[in-house]
Structure formats: C-alpha cells, structure tokens
Unconditional design. Structure first.
Length: 228
C-alpha cells in the first residue's frame, strides 16, 4: 500500500504540475501565447513582458500553488498513508517536472522558478523564505529574473545542508536545482553576452492577441483618415 500510494501521489503531482498557467491565464485574458514572444517561456516573468501585470501575478501565484499544494496534501496524508519525508519531497519534484515537461501542452513547459519556490515553501517554510529572499535581493540589485533564479537555485541545497543537515529531501532538492540551472542555460549565455532582457522589459510581439487587428490595412486607413 505505501508504495502504490507513493507512486499514485507522484503521478498526480506531475499531472497537477502539467497545468501551464501562463498559457491558461493568457488565453483566458485574451493575451498572446507567452510561448510566441520574448523568451518564449511560459512563465510569470515572460507574461509580465506582455504589459499585463494582473496576468503575470495570477500566473506567478498559480504556478507556485501547483508546487505548494501537492506537497502540503502529501504531508497531511503522510500519517495515514505512511509517506516519509523523502516521498513528500519526490512528490514536490514530480510537480516541478510537470511544469518543465507538461503532458497537456506537448511537453513545452516553463523553467519552474515559481513552482520550485512553492515546493520549497511547503517542504520547509524557512528554507523557502531564505531561497525567495535570495531571489529578491539579486533581482532587486541586477533586474534580471534569470540571474536571480540561477543564484537561488545554487543556494537552496546549500541552505538545506548547512542549516538543516540534509535529510531524505536533499536529493530531490539537488535534482530540482540542477534542472533549474539546465533550463536557464540559454539565459546564462545571454547574460554573458549582455543580451538578456530585464524584468518588465516588453519585447516586440507581446500584448493582447486581439491587438493584432490594430495593424491591419483597415486600421491604418482609419488612422490616416482620422481628423487631426
């Protein structure tokens, strides 16, 4: 029973993680698909480049919750189902992997920063706060979301080892951090080249999908004929 329940929890967490809220929220609010502009990453930072802060905030919260909720549910059910700390951590990793490779969106997922934060906050609130604080400090000073994510990903396992002494959750945390670094490989190259976009920078092609009609010939004619 514990093994079957553990596998079921891991699979369910992966399916929850596969809900790409950047795409879902953008579609619901009539915005362009975040995979079509900017970094082409379906995440809150790229949604922010559309200029819609509400959509970006919703994406951030929902992406964090899909990492947070499966872990909290696994923790609550652990006395009944016999989940150990390691199983709960693997549940969190499964939700994170679902965000990276979502089965519902042809495995084209985001980079997982918000989802990883949700997982860490649920596993160890103090570790989650320390990691988020690291992200905020780097982002505030340098204005690069990717750089902040890279530094936070590097520090999270070390915080766990130095302050809480590792434990069964350490290996899933290390795997999550390595996956985060791997997903930011392109950002690392852009940072070195000086071409990485800063937080809030709006690229061409972002914004409301419906706004494309403003560039049609009819729209140009109306602007030309408008009184001055």
């Amino acid at each position: 029973m514990p093994l079957a329940a553990s596998l079921a929890a891991i699979v369910l967490a992966y399916l929850i993680g596969s809900l790409s809220f950047a795409v879902i929220v953008s579609r619901a609010m009539g915005l362009s698909d975040p995979r079509s502009y900017g970094s082409k990453n379906p995440g809150a930072t790229n949604v922010l480049r559309s200029g819609n802060r509400t959509a970006a905030a919703l994406t951030l919260v929902l992406d964090a919750l899909k990492g947070f909720v499966p872990v909290v549910v696994a923790l609550l059910l652990s006395p009944r189902l016999g989940f150990g700390q390691g199983t709960v951590a693997w549940v969190g990793l499964a939700a994170f992997v679902g965000h990276l490779f979502p089965v519902f969106f042809r495995f084209r997922g985001g980079k997982g920063v918000a989802t990883a934060a949700g997982v860490l906050l649920a596993l160890n609130p103090l570790l989650g706060v320390a990691t988020l604080a690291t992200w905020l400090v780097i982002a505030a000073f340098f204005r690069y979301s990717s750089l902040a994510a890279i530094v936070a990903a590097l520090f999270a396992p070390f915080y766990q080892m130095l302050i809480w002494g590792g434990g069964a959750a350490l290996l899933p945390m290390i795997i999550m951090s390595l996956l985060l670094l791997w997903r930011h490989g392109g950002n690392m190259r852009k940072l070195i080249a000086g071409t990485e976009s800063k937080i809030g920078q709006k690229p061409p092609g972002a914004g409301a999908a419906a706004g494309a009609s403003a560039s049609t010939p009819g729209a140009h004619r109306k602007r030309r004929n408008a009184p001055r």
